[in-house]
Structure formats: structure tokens, C-alpha cells
Write a protein that binds this ligand. Structure first.
Ligand code: GTP
Length: 597
């Protein structure tokens, strides 16, 4: 088709508002995939994603659509649905001219919808509002349309009423994409510039790169150059996504496609990088490229020290496919050898841990996540510290800075009080509150990232009965009065339990943490003191009393099922323990600091 008949679009939606369901229906109605070869949801094709019901990796699909007798080529570029991946979202938006804004007509606008709409507006996308789930008895499309108009200022007089589930409104959506989304610009004669919006590692072919050509033309076999990674390759295979990979000989400005070039790691062809010709380089790369900056770090230690080499291999393999994952070896007397790993956020961290355990069969202890602190030392240099146990002693440092985020909460007005309490408890600096409709308000805080790591999101949900949503952005480093809280078990410091807290909270955290550890650590054959200290000073102390008898002694001989049950319980309890000195410490103890009441 001519470039004037190409439309590149994406779908933006809050989690669970129906993005994947709608994408499936668009693919079905255009005959791109037959119902019988559809996996349950075509676009989210990683198992882990399906289980968690969230979209992590972006994908793309090309659809053919006839309007009247005119054939159109519609490229759908999928976007991940979680704040940890907002950079990826911004790059896939940059590859499009239009966006479907899908809003659940029974729920209304959520914080993430807002954030993504603003990103789309910044990228000058044409936005088509879609009110989904109109089949639900609680759907109020008229009210939600008005809400979108009020909050976002988007004309909703032509908003499409849709039920992705029942297939209502799908043709209207396809027609609106053709009529409202502008075609790409005709830049085929310029030097090649293609924007990478996704890449993944395939163990047979190397990295597969998904891109949108902004300027120029790419032919099979061309020598290409990645402008950010400064790597050169031959484009052995190029093609389109329909949605399976279909090789072609040539791709032009405006088109979306994939290439493979025996690239060994996604770090060489990262999202946001610009592909150009090696022999005829573009003057400048496309805007918006960012290095991945890990915001959250944790220690990963094999329970069985023999698994250290396997853990290293597994991390290296995952990194081939995940340019944002960082790791370096770490050892401690308590934990032995392991790795300090950096992640974009907590979800990213959980995904990596889960894959290590599930796909690589590793048995790991994970230490509590920490943010990256900046320590200004007395000798006037500044170091970054992502491991609390390495925080320089007070005598060595002038000040400590910690990362701050701006966080926007969107909530029904009934929960404003409880959420403001939460913001206050987490050292939040209240910035503003606005009623966006009669019943809903946005509340903005500036808050230390460290206070968000852990159960902030759970608290937000439980204090608002599930109705509030949030969105956050890193805003920079600020000085804080922080101290390191060390934990000693049986008189030995346990480095992975060390944590950095605000001085005003240190006593409360110390008390709560020692109590929690007392609950979590199983009793031993001897008495075990558990202490929290700042420097040499003990600020809280608990003791585990000794057990003398074996669990089985409770069984009074007779009942064999009860005996089995007890043994099983004991075995389960043993699964995730790390022996620290003479004391077995369970996995939960390492995370205890995240869930202190
Ligand atoms: P993420 O991938 O997490 O971003 O979610 P999503 O926005 O892709 O949502 P998804 O398509 O997975 O749908 C979420 C839930 O809403 C699923 O249980 C769907 O079956 C349901 N759903 C989607 N569209 C409709 C609809 O039109 N009507 C009804 N009743 N349910 C729908």
C-alpha cells in the first residue's frame, strides 16, 4: 500500500481496562489471526505476563483493513502497562501517529491513563477515545466521556462505545483509525533513521529488533549502525509482523518491521536507539534515547553455595534479553557469595527473581531492596551506595542524599484523608490537591523513593478499598538526615539485614524490626539475642528463647498422620533458610523491614 494508507497506532489504557482483549479483537476482525490459532491473548505472549495479567514486553502486529475498496495497512504497536517500564512506553508512542485511549466505562480515568495520555500528547499523537466494557451493568459511558473531557480536555463527542469482550464497536474503531490517525510523513529519500521500540533475544538467531522507520529505506543485507551503542551489523533478515515474522526485501519510511543480524545482546540494540546505514549515517539520532538507570538494588544469594556459578550464568543469560538488568558479585561473611543486582523498579525485580527460580531452578535468598544513596564524604568526593551495609561511617561522611519521586495519586474523595495520612507517614512533602471532578481528586506528593519501595502500593490500595491509583516519576536527589540501622543476631552483625532509615524513625523501626525478626526466625537449641544498633549503640533488643525438645515430642507416640504433618511442616520451614553463624534465618526475615506495622 502507498504510505498514505499506512496508520501506526498504539493502545493506551490503565491495567485491566481491556487493552489486550481489544487488540485480540482487532486482529481477529481484520483476519490477521484466525480464531483457532489465537492463543488466549496474542499480544501478551510471555507466560509470566499472562500469569500476572500484565503486559511487560512490547510487541507489534500489522493488519490489513479494507475501507470501501481501499486497502489500508494498520500497524498496532503494543505498550507495556506498568510504571517501571514507562521509558519503553514513551518509545513505542514515539513510533506512532495515533493512539486509542481505552477507558473502562465502569471505572473511569485512572492515574496511569492520565500519565500515558500526557506522554501521547507530548508525542503529538492523535488520540481516539474508546469507552470499553459497555456490556457491564455498571457501565456509564456518558458520565465517563464527560469525565475524560473534564480531566484531559479531549473532545469525546465521537468517543467509541465498545465491548472488547463481546466484539461491539470494533469496526467503528478500525474506521476511526483510518479516518483520524494521520499517515506517516514521506521521508523515504532521507538518510535512514529507524526507531527501536522493542528488542528481544532469541537463542537461535540472536537479537530480534522491532523498529519503525522514520526516514529512509532499509534493504535486506544492508550494513547498519546503531547510533547509541555504536555497533555495526549486517541486516541479514528484515520483515514485517503479521503478527508472525514474515521476511521482505525492503522497508520504507513509515513502516514497522523487524530485523535480525546475529546481534548477541539486547544491550547492542536497545529500545530507543536509532538504526542508520553504516556507509551513510544520519546526522543526528532520533530524540528520546535514555540509558537504563536501575533505581532499586538487592542482593541475590544462592542458598546452596555450589549454585553460585549457575546463578552467574543465569543472570548473564537474562541480561542478554534485558538491558536494564545490572549485576555485580557481592560477598559477605554472613551470606557467602552472591550478586548485587539493579532493577528499574520493584516489579522488574520480582520478574527477574521469579524467572531465576522458575526457569533456572535456582534456590535463592533475596535481601530487602534498597535505593541508591549518594554519600558526600569528608574528603569532598561523592560515592553512590546501593548496599546499606557499605554506607560509610558517620565520621567519614558529610551528608547523604536520597532519590525523590513525585507521586500523583488519583482517588475518590472519601479516601483523601487516609491517603494523606499515608503520604505523611512516608515522609511525603504535600504539594497540591485538585478536584478533577466533583467526586475525585488528584493529590501530589514529593516523597523519598525508599519510602515507596515495599508496601506503599499495597497500602494505597487497602486504604482506598482498591479505588485509588498512582503514578510516579523520579525527580532527583535531596539531602536527608539518614542513619544506618544494623542488626545483630546472636551477637553477629548480619549485613543483609542492615537498612538505612531517617533518624526520626530509627527507634521505631529498630523496635518493630527486632520484634518481627523474633517472630520470623525459628527458635534454636539455645537462646538467641536479636539487636538493632546505630553504630555501637543498641537501640532495640529482643531474644528468642531456646527450644530443647524436638517437634516430634509433641506427638505422644500414637498419631502417625500428625507426625507426618509435623515433619512436612518442618521440611517446608527448612526450604528457604540461610545459616548465619549458628542460626538459620528464613527468607521472610530478609524482607521483614518492608512490612513493619
Ligand atoms: P494489562 O495487560 O494488564 O495492561 O491489562 P489489559 O488492559 O490488557 O486488560 P485485559 O484485556 O487483560 O482485560 C482485563 C479484564 O477485563 C479481563 O478479565 C477481560 O476479560 C476483561 N474485559 C476486557 N474487555 C472487556 C469488555 O468489553 N467487557 C467486559 N465485561 N470485560 C472485559
Amino acid at each position: 500500500v502507498p504510505i498514505s494508507n499506512i496508520r501506526n497506532f498504539c493502545i493506551i489504557a490503565h491495567i485491566d481496562h481491556g487493552k489486550s482483549t481489544l487488540a485480540d479483537k482487532l486482529l481477529q476482525l481484520t483476519g490477521t489471526v484466525q480464531t483457532r490459532d489465537m492463543k488466549e491473548q496474542f499480544l501478551d505472549n510471555m507466560d509470566l505476563e499472562r500469569e500476572r495479567g500484565i503486559t511487560i514486553k512490547l510487541q507489534a502486529a500489522r493488519m490489513r483493513y479494507l475501507l470501501g475498496n481501499e486497502p489500508y495497512c494498520l500497524n498496532l504497536i503494543d505498550t507495556p502497562g506498568h510504571v517501571d517500564f514507562s521509558y519503553e512506553v514513551s518509545r513505542s508512542l514515539a513510533a506512532c501517529e495515533g493512539a486509542l485511549l481505552v477507558v473502562d466505562a465502569s471505572q473511569g480515568v485512572e492515574a496511569q491513563t492520565l500519565a500515558n495520555v500526557y506522554l501521547a500528547l507530548e508525542n503529538n499523537l492523535q488520540i481516539i477515545p474508546v469507552l470499553n466494557k459497555i456490556d457491564l451493568p455498571g457501565a456509564e459511558p456518558a458520565r465517563i466521556a464527560q469525565e475524560i473531557e473534564e480531566i484531559i480536555g479531549l473532545d469525546c463527542s465521537e468517543a467509541i462505545h465498545c465491548s472488547a469482550k463481546d466484539g461491539i464497536g470494533i469496526t467503528e474503531i478500525l474506521t476511526a483509525i483510518v479516518k483520524k490517525v494521520p499517515p506517516p510523513q514521506e521521508n523515504a529519500d532521507k538518510p535512514l533513521r529507524a526507531l527501536i521500540f522493542d528488542s528481544y533475544y532469541d537463542s537461535y538467531r540472536g537479537v530480534i529488533v522491532y523498529f519503525r522507520i522514520i526516514d529512509g529505506t532499509l534493504k535486506k543485507g544492508d550494513k547498519i549502525y546503531f547510533m547509541a551503542s555504536e555497533k555495526e551489523y549486517f541486516a541479514d533478515e528484515i520483515g514485517v509482523l503479521s503478527p508472525g515474522q514474515m521476511p521482505v526485501g525492503e522497508l520504507f519510511a513509515g513502516e514497522v518491521g523487524y530485523l535480525s543480524a546475529s546481534i548477541r545482546s539486547v544491550a547492542d540494540a536497545r529500545v530507543g536507539d536509532t538504526i542508520t546505514h553504516f556507509g551513510k549515517k544520519a546526522h543526528s539520532s532520533l530524540p528520546g534515547y535514555e540509558e537504563a538507570t536501575p533505581m532499586v538494588f538487592c542482593g541475590l544469594f544462592p542458598i546452596d553455595a555450589d549454585q553460585f556459578p549457575e546463578l552467574r550464568d543465569a543472570l548473564q543469560k537474562l541480561q542478554l534479553n534485558d538491558a536494564a538488568l545490572k549485576f555485580e558479585p557481592e560477598s559477605s561473611s554472613a551470606m557467602g557469595f552472591g550478586f548485587r543486582c539493579g532493577f528499574l523498579g520493584l516489579l522488574h525485580m520480582e520478574i527477574v527473581q521469579e524467572r531465576l527460580e522458575r526457569e533456572y531452578n535456582l534456590n535463592l535468598i533475596t535481601t530487602a531492596p534498597s535505593v541508591v544513596y549518594r554519600v558526600n564524604r569528608l574528603n569532598s568526593d561523592t560515592i553512590e551506595c546501593s548496599n546499606p551495609s557499605f554506607l560509610p561511617e558517620p565520621g567519614m561522611r558529610k551528608s547523604i542524599e536520597e532519590p525523590y519521586v513525585k507521586i500523583d495519586l488519583l482517588t475518590p474523595k472519601d479516601y483523601i484523608g487516609p491517603l494523606m495520612e499515608l503520604g505523611h507517614e512516608r515522609r511525603g512533602l504535600f504539594k497540591e490537591m485538585n478536584y478533577i471532578t466533583e467526586n475525585r481528586a488528584t493529590i501530589t506528593y514529593e516523597l523519598p523513593l525508599a519510602e515507596m519501595v515495599g508496601d506503599f502500593f499495597d497500602q494505597l490500595k487497602s486504604r482506598s478499598k482498591g479505588y485509588a491509583s498512582m503514578e510516579y516519576n523520579f525527580i532527583g536527589y535531596r539531602e536527608s538526615d539518614l542513619v544506618r540501622l544494623d542488626i545483630q543476631i546472636n551477637g553477629e552483625p548480619v549485613e543483609p539485614l542492615a537498612t538505612i532509615v531517617h533518624r526520626d524513625k530509627a527507634y521505631a523501626v529498630g523496635r518493630a524490626l527486632t520484634q518481627k525478626l523474633k517472630e520470623l526466625i525459628p527458635r534454636q537449641m539455645f537462646k538467641v539475642p536479636i539487636q538493632a544498633c546505630i553504630g555501637a549503640k543498641v537501640i532495640a533488643s529482643e531474644a528468642l528463647s531456646a527450644i530443647r525438645k524436638d517437634v516430634l515430642s509433641k506427638c505422644y507416640g500414637g498419631d502417625i498422620t500428625r507426625k507426618k504433618k509435623l515433619l512436612k511442616k518442618q521440611a517446608e520451614g527448612k526450604k528457604r533458610m540461610k545459616a548465619i553463624g549458628k542460626v538459620d534465618v528464613p527468607q521472610e526475615a530478609f524482607m521483614a523491614v518492608l512490612r513493619l506495622e
